[in-house]
Design a protein around this ligand. Structure first.
Ligand SMILES: C[S@@+](CC[C@H](N)C(=O)[O-])C[C@H]1O[C@@H](n2cnc3c(N)ncnc32)[C@H](O)[C@@H]1O
Length: 235
């Protein structure tokens, strides 16, 4: 399991990336959810607090990385009323163990980190923890894995005298769903590199056909969802 995330960069670079779009497209899908939501790969909680704002439901925020969980818990501490309603689960998705099934499950920008075998084992686990009629929503991008390409800067933010930049290159691609990528997380002051972290690993972008086969095999049926999201229900 590779995670291409350098923790100190996460909120800086993501708050303005996928998050505004998700905050626009996800709430209509969750209208009517009242009792419980599981968020898989909650990260630093950028979506978690929004889930709590959109629904009155109890929230289970599952996040395997202790560093990400630390930021998530800081975010919850800044909203003390949410500490009553959000349970942070310190495990990966296959370690899910809930006392009762939930009404809805949300997985935002996590699929890329799931190896195909892991992903195929995950859907039955999620089905076993979802209420009949329950909703599963996750982000999905068409087009398969990106082709190999040179290192380029994806984004940067200024923090005082420093610039935080993320660069990435695609080293290889299997043309089906996997690619190998290299990320550089670089902090600079002028021309001087203050700190740099390199992360190399695999990412996955399965086709819609593959996802549909896996999910229907686990008992899910497709539901309507806006561009960028896929939604499924248990009959
Ligand atoms: C790009 S972040 C997305 C975080 C959050 N959903 C958001 O949209 O801001 C991906 C998250 O998935 C988590 N993750 C990776 N593999 C996972 C797994 N097998 N089970 C659960 N979470 C996982 C990572 O630890 C990371 O926090």
């Amino acid at each position: 399991m590779t995670d291409f995330i350098a923790l100190p960069f996460y909120d800086l670079l993501h708050e303005n990336a996928h998050v505004p779009e998700i905050r626009r497209t996800l709430p209509p899908l969750l209208a009517g959810v009242r009792r419980s939501v599981l968020e898989i790969g909650a990260g630093t909680g950028l979506i978690t607090t929004s889930l709590a704002d959109w629904t009155p439901a109890e929230i289970f925020a599952l996040e395997p990385s202790a560093g990400m969980r630390g930021v998530l818990l800081s975010r919850l501490t800044a909203r003390p009323e949410l500490l009553e309603r959000v349970t942070v689960l310190p495990c990966d998705a296959l370690g899910l163990d809930l006392a009762e099934p939930v009404e809805a499950m949300v997985m935002i920008n996590v699929m890329y980190a799931l190896e195909p075998d892991y992903r195929a084992r995950l859907w039955p686990v999620l089905a076993a923890h979802l209420e009949p009629g329950g909703l599963l929503v996750f982000t999905w991008r068409a087009g398969g894995p990106p082709a190999p390409g040179p290192m380029r800067e994806l984004d940067s933010r200024r923090v005082g005298r420093h610039t935080y930049a993320v660069l990435s290159e695609i080293i290889e691609s299997d043309g089906k769903e996997a690619c190998k990528a290299r990320y550089l997380y670089r902090i600079t002051e002028g021309d001087r590199v203050v700190e740099e972290e390199e992360i190399v690993g695999h990412a996955y972008r399965p086709s819609r056909e593959v996802i549909e086969k896996e999910l229907t095999g686990a008992g899910f049926t497709p539901a309507d969802a806006p561009e960028g999201l896929l939604a499924w229900r248990l009959p």
